[in-house]
Ligand binder design. Structure first.
Ligand SMILES: Cc1ncc(COP(=O)(O)O)c(C=O)c1O
Length: 503
């Protein structure tokens, strides 16, 4: 029997029973041997795709005895750049690179070069970093309800390294606040199943029990189930605006009202929406209010390095007031190294990234973001109409500019494989089986939307006449999503990371 046959026979098992059986089965030598053989097969394929430069560039498993010629180093990096940029420049990539025009990139690179030695940890040496970060936070906060005077004037935050760090910081903040103010030692967070994996990471890192809530038919969290999940240990409720998998918006108003009523925190994950939703609203699109204008919202994550069009490596976490933000900060008063304090997870940080983020926001200005948002939403409408004109396909929920495509009649992963063969780099998702396209400015270039729809039509036509392919990723996706033994899947992912670090 192989893994696929086991999957077929045991997919009905409840998760807890599957975990129990898995633990037992892994101890049987013949089963262990079979799992190892399967792993080996997968790793072989992965190694090939993860290490395409093995025979193209020199390898350096140890330091060169003497420094290499700087020209050679630059030439190698330049060559790798050229090999890697074609796809995303031409709009074949979902998400990932959000702006990508050469002029914008050159500008950010200039700023980075000017500030490459800056470290916000040393605010005395680099007051520029302090200025940039304070202004980034303030600009982002005013996009999300901060006012100059009045109830919302206390909204504050910090710059972090990305959406994941912003989320980790917010969850740690709620844990520490609940411990200090309510004596909660077994904290729980209520999280939609569709919320980003960063919440699961926070749960694992900070020992916060995660209560996962299913979504309803429109791929937004079940609000009644959230209500039922609240107990004395609940510290925070989470909602996405929108979610990564399906681009749908949880009912942030209802959820934040519930949190307010129960005097617990509410976090809007606006990592994807933070620089689209406020401008969509100004443009007159029907978008929900998801920010601090709702009295129950106590924190938000907003990614500057996505639709804020900064270089990779910055995000903003916002809080309703400084008292809440204090639970995020770290201070050490007894360390022989001196008085030490830092706002986020890292110690030393790249001030150049904050400088480039600040510069990106200034260069875009409100008008730039309005134009970008308009282009993205108009392209999204065009592509959504194209998808819906293909009878075998459907869009899950009611998304705006990030949409998941599924099928009731075809194996959607086989369609995804065909799209991959045509050069597209889309995200394969599961539970349910689908793939998604997160539209960026790259897809607003002339002809890209039309190319996407034509390729999708051709891919569907191919899969209709040639179903059941055994090549590509379709069988792997199918197996990985239906295998009842999630520990085996987790082991494969860890081995994948081992391959990443193989020279
Ligand atoms: C909704 C949402 N939240 C959080 C994140 C995590 O962001 P990052 O990859 O910058 O850590 C993402 C990333 O795509 C996201 O889509």
């Amino acid at each position: 029997m192989n893994i696929e046959e086991i999957t077929g026979k045991l997919s009905w098992l409840p998760a807890s029973l599957a975990r129990f059986i898995e633990k037992r089965m892994k101890k049987i030598p013949s089963v262990k041997k079979m799992i190892d053989a399967e792993n080996e097969k997968v790793m072989h394929v992965l190694e090939h795709s993860l290490k395409p430069y093995s025979d193209k560039f020199d390898k350096y498993p140890i330091l060169p005895a003497t420094g290499l010629n700087r020209e050679k180093i630059l030439a190698d990096i330049q060559q790798m750049n050229e090999l890697e940029s074609g796809k995303w420049k031409d709009g074949y990539v979902s998400g990932g690179i959000y702006h990508g025009s050469q002029e914008h990139i050159d500008f950010l690179n200039k700023v980075y070069a000017l500030q490459s030695q800056s470290n916000p940890l040393h605010s005395d040496l680099f007051p520029s970093a302090t200025k940039f970060e304070a202004e980034i936070v303030s600009m982002v906060a005013t996009l999300h309800g901060k006012t100059v005077v009045g109830a919302n004037s206390s909204i504050c935050g910090t710059v972090s390294s990305g959406g994941t760090e912003s989320i980790l910081l917010a969850m740690k903040t709620y844990r520490d606040k609940a411990r200090e103010e309510r004596g909660i030692t077994e904290p729980e967070m209520i999280v939609p199943v569709t919320a980003h994996a960063a919440f699961d990471k926070a749960s694992q890192y900070f020992n916060i029990k995660q209560v996962k809530i299913a979504v309803t038919g429109n791929y937004t969290v079940d609000v009644n189930a959230v209500k039922r999940a609240i107990n004395n240990n609940t510290i925070v409720i989470v909602g996405s605006a929108p979610s990564f998998p399906h681009g749908t918006f949880d009912a942030i108003k209802e959820l934040s009202d519930i949190a307010l009523k129960h005097k617990i925190g509410f976090h809007t994950d606006c990592c994807l929406g933070g620089f689209v939703v406020p401008f969509a609203e100004k443009l007159g699109y029907k978008v929900p209010v998801v920010d601090f204008r709702l009295p129950g919202v106590t924190s938000m994550s907003v990614d500057t390095h996505k639709y804020g069009y900064a270089a990779k490596g910055t995000s903003v976490v916002l809080y309703r007031d400084e008292a809440l933000r204090h639970y995020q900060f770290y201070t050490s008063t007894e360390w022989p190294g001196g008085l030490y304090f830092s706002p986020t997870l890292a110690g030393s940080r790249p001030g150049a990234l904050s400088a480039a983020c600040w510069a990106a926001m200034l260069a875009m200005g409100e008008e730039g973001y309005l134009q970008a948002t308009k282009a993205i939403l108009e392209t999204a409408d065009k592509i959504k109409a194209g998808i819906l004109s293909i009878p075998e396909l459907k869009i899950l929920g009611e998304p705006l500019w990030i949409f998941a495509i599924a099928s009731d009649s075809l194996n959607i992963y086989e369609v995804l494989d065909q799209m991959t063969k045509k050069g597209w780099n889309l995200n394969g998702l599961h539970k349910p089986a689908c793939f998604h396209l997160a539209l960026t400015l790259r897809q607003t270039q002339p002809g890209v939307a039309e190319r996407f729809i034509q390729d999708l039509k051709d891919s569907v036509a191919y899969v209709k006449t040639n179903p059941g392919s055994k090549d590509g990723m379709a069988p792997v996706y199918g197996m990985a999503s239906s295998l009842p033994f999630r520990g085996i899947v987790s082991d494969i992912l860890k081995k994948y990371l081992d391959v990443v670090y193989k020279v």
